[in-house]
Each structure stands twice: as C-alpha cells, then as structure tokens.
Design a protein around this ligand. Structure first.
Ligand SMILES: C[S@@+](CC[C@H](N)C(=O)[O-])C[C@H]1O[C@@H](n2cnc3c(N)ncnc32)[C@H](O)[C@@H]1O
Length: 466
C-alpha cells in the first residue's frame, strides 16, 4: 500500500486518531454536523428516499462509516419520513471507531451489523438500496475498488460518494501536508474520471460546507484541523513547512469582526443503478408532467404539418415530431422551446431581435448581432435547464450533451440563416451524433435560470423549429 494510505489507515485505527478525527469534525462540520445537514437539506437523500415509498425495509451499506454517526443521522431522516425498517451494514476497519457506535442511540426499527474489516476484504452476500462512501475512499488502491462498491446496489439502488472538490480548502491542505510521502491519497476526482471513462450514469452535485470560527478559538481550531489532516504529524514538520501551511490557511479564510469563515467545497457523486434508456424515458415523462402543471401540453407526433418539420409551439401546445430526433434531443427541444416561450412572454426585446432573422435567407449580419442572437438562444437553453432541474436530477453526461446540443443547434441554424442552405434533419442528427460522441472530452455545461412562480402564457404565441 502507498505510504500515505497506510499511515492514514493506521492513524484512524488508533484511539488517538479517532479522537483527533472527532475533534476535527466538530470544528469543521460543527457539533450539528453540517455535512449531514447539507446531504439531507440539499435534498440528495430526500430524492433518493422517494424511491422507497411503500417499501417495508431497506438495506444500507456504509463503507468506511467510522463511528456510524452519519449513517444513523441519514437513517433518522429516512425514518422521520416513512415507517421503514432499516438494515445498516457498517464496514469499518478501525476497531476504535466501531467501538464508538455505542455513543449513539440506535432507533428501534434499525438493525446495525458492524463488519470490522477493510472494504476490500469483505465478502458480500447481498445487495443494497443505498451504498454510502463519505470521505472514506482515500486508501483505495484504484478503480477496481470503486467498481466493486458500485456493483453492490440492487436495481434502482444508489451509490453515493462524498469527498472534497479538487480545489477545496482541504484538498490544498492535504497537498501541503502530504509532501513528505511521495505518494497520494485516492481522491474523489479519480472516481469522477473513472466514471466518465466508463460512461457510467451519475449525477454530480456540488455544495459548500461553511465553517465559522470565533477569532478567540482560531488558533486551537486550526491546530485541530491540522492535527487530523496531517495524521498527527503537523507538529513534527519543519518550521518553514509549518509557516507555509499557516499562510495557506490564512489565504483561504475570510475574516469579519469577530469570526473567521472557512469554506470547504464538497462534491457528491450519485450513481443510480438504472439503465440509460429507462432514465431518458423517465426524464421525458417528468418534463412533460412539469410542463403540464404549467398549463403546457406536449404532444409527440409523427408529423407536424404546415411549416415545421421538427417542433412547434402554438396555443400552449408543444408538438414534436418524434421521428426527427433521438429521445435526448427531444427532451432538449422541449426545454429549449419552453425557454423561448418564457422569453417571448416577458419582453418585447426578443420580438425585435427575431424580427430581423426571418426568411427568405441568406441574410447578412454583423458579428455583434450574431453574438446577441446567440445569447438569446443561450438564455432560452438556460431557462430550459432550470425547468429540467426542477423536474429531475440531470446526470453528468446529459448535462454536457445539453451544452453540445445548444452549440450544434445554433451552428446549424446560423449556417442556414447566412447561406440560405437548409441542412436536412439527417444532416443535423449526424452532426449532433458526431459531437455527442466527444462529450467526455468536454466539461462545459450551461448555467440554469430558475423562475419563481407561475409563468403567464399568452394564448396566441407561436414558435417553430424547422
Ligand atoms: C474520514 S473518516 C470518515 C468516516 C465517516 N464516513 C464519516 O463521514 O464520518 C474515513 C473512514 O474511512 C475508513 N477507511 C479507510 N480506508 C478504508 C477501506 N479500505 N475500507 C473501509 N474503510 C476504510 C477509515 O477507517 C475511516 O473510518
């Protein structure tokens, strides 16, 4: 095992290490544990738990669960929502950690089974509805271990990894304190890269844990954080390394009158055990239902009729030619049309803009006008993304493909506008497919716009895509 990973494992397998970790957690995550709160209030677990409505019992596996506190908090939340028996398998190599589970009250309808082993050494005889890995992957050898964790869920189950983002406060601190090891911990971005390379379906959620320390406690709190991150060896570092580390912490903290605020960026990778085809169908369904609740009907038809080949929005009805595009692009077209609907119902600016881009083509425009027009298209896509996120969690690949869809669509359309040559549906689809294939080389996504409240739709508004 790499030296840094071995030190980490041994450190947390000692009473002293466990005490230092608990202290660190109380400082950075506070006694109320804001990470678990974010996990719950940020709706990650809420959305997952919705799938368990009506079930009598569920099985949870917490890999590297420490003293069990976080898993028990999650279970408390689940049980506050519905009566459900929870079985928890807590896999934890540290005896010291396992012995601390007695510090917490185990609710009545919960069966806890502690397995005092490294995850790599456990033989499993069942699958789970939820597998948690909260800040516990740092000693993993590599991708096979991740693959094994993901394979533990049953159909419709979820694996959730939580760790620091690659440029977070703690990520930077680890780089500084681990310098002496010549090796690195396994990190969450390794998991992300692996999932992308495998084309696994996953949702990425970022959130920030904000820690507020009173100025009076600053010194002791910094010592507490450093003690854990350096695995008890901070005091043994040379003076120069120590002062570099303290400067780094200062540069990452914000000071106000009597407090110091440190923000830790966290990432959750949520991997549902569903196949992509089913997920796309579910997303289409959820989006249609959401639009219906806003008074907009979506019809998937074989032919639209006069004037439009792909999609049309008329009298609060969206019609989409279901043969013109793949499922994902139909979803994106719905979102896009909704964006335009909102734009046209809220400002005269867009009418003025689009009035100038009317057939017959070709037409000539300045680069400045093209930019404005692209921004208008982009805004519609952003509103569409807000609508999608209101309806479901967008997985990582679909999120990137939405950006690619926007770029391809605009390029295709603008080519028509400026050359007069209208590409066929097939041309567009081939181009889109070729661009989609390169999705894993890109990380670009669209920022959503969320709208509050109801939108007012003018009855006579119409728009078409052809
Ligand atoms: C930072 S603690 C997090 C504990 C707990 N998940 C929490 O969020 O409070 C990391 C945990 O991962 C455990 N761990 C490290 N390597 C592991 C492995 N290979 N298999 C299982 N657990 C491991 C450690 O023993 C430790 O309990």
């Amino acid at each position: 095992m790499d030296p840094v990973k071995e030190t980490y494992l041994n450190f947390l397998n000692s009473d002293q290490g466990v005490e230092i970790y608990r202290k660190f957690k109380d400082i950075l995550y506070t006694k109320r544990d804001i990470l678990t709160r974010d996990f719950i209030d940020g709706e990650i677990i809420k959305k997952i738990a919705e799938n368990w409505k009506g079930k009598k019992e569920i099985y949870i596996c917490d890999i590297g669960g420490g003293d069990g506190r976080r898993a028990l908090e999650v279970i408390n939340y689940i049980q506050s929502k519905f009566r459900i028996k929870c079985h928890l398998d807590l896999i934890e190599p540290s005896k010291s950690f396992i012995s601390r589970i007695k510090d917490y009250k185990i609710p009545k309808n919960v069966v806890v089974n502690c397995i005092n082993k490294r995850f790599e050494d456990v033989k499993f005889s069942r699958r789970y509805d939820l597998v948690l890995l909260i800040h516990s992957i740092y000693t993993f050898k590599g991708n096979q271990t991740i693959e094994r964790a993901i394979s533990l869920t049953n159909k419709n189950g979820y694996t959730v990894f939580i760790g620091n983002s690659p440029d977070s406060f703690l990520a930077g601190l680890k780089k500084l304190v681990d310098r002496t090891y010549n090796s690195e911990r396994y990190e969450l971005y390794n998991v992300e890269d692996y999932l992308v390379s495998k084309r696994s379906l996953f949702v990425k959620k970022s959130f920030a844990t904000v820690c507020r320390i009173s100025k009076r406690d600053y010194r002791a709190s910094v010592d507490g954080v450093l003690d854990f991150i350096s695995m008890g060896s901070y005091q043994k570092l040379d003076g120069e390394s120590r002062s570099k580390i303290l400067d780094y912490i200062k540069s990452k903290s914000r000071r106000s009158n009597d407090e110091v605020v440190i923000k830790e960026d966290e990432v959750a990778l949520i991997i549902p055990n569903v196949d992509r085809r089913k997920l796309e169908e579910k997303m289409l369904y959820e989006l249609r239902m959401n639009l219906k609740s806003k008074g907009i009907d979506v019809l998937l038809v074989n032919k639209i009729g006069e004037g439009s080949d792909i999609a049309e929005l008329k009298n609060k009805k969206i019609k989409i030619n279901k043969n013109s595009r793949d499922k994902l692009s139909i979803l994106f077209t719905m979102a896009h049309l909704y964006g335009h609907l909102v734009q046209f119902n809220s400002s005269g600016y867009y009418q003025r803009l689009t009035k100038r881009v009317k057939p017959p083509f070709p037409l000539k425009f300045s680069d400045g006008f093209k930019q404005k027009f692209k921004e208008y298209e982009m805004e519609a896509m952003r509103i569409g993304k807000g609508l999608m996120l209101e309806s479901f969690d967008l997985d990582y690949e679909t999120d990137i493909k939405y950006y690619i869809f926007m770029e391809t669509d605009f390029k295709h359309y603008w080519n028509y506008v400026t050359t007069g040559k209208k590409g066929s549906i097939r041309d567009f689809n081939l181009l889109l497919l070729a661009n989609y294939k390169k999705w894993d080389k890109s990380k670009r996504t669209i920022d959503p716009i969320f709208l509050d409240g109801k939108i007012f739709v003018k009855k006579n508004f119409s728009f078409s895509v052809d």
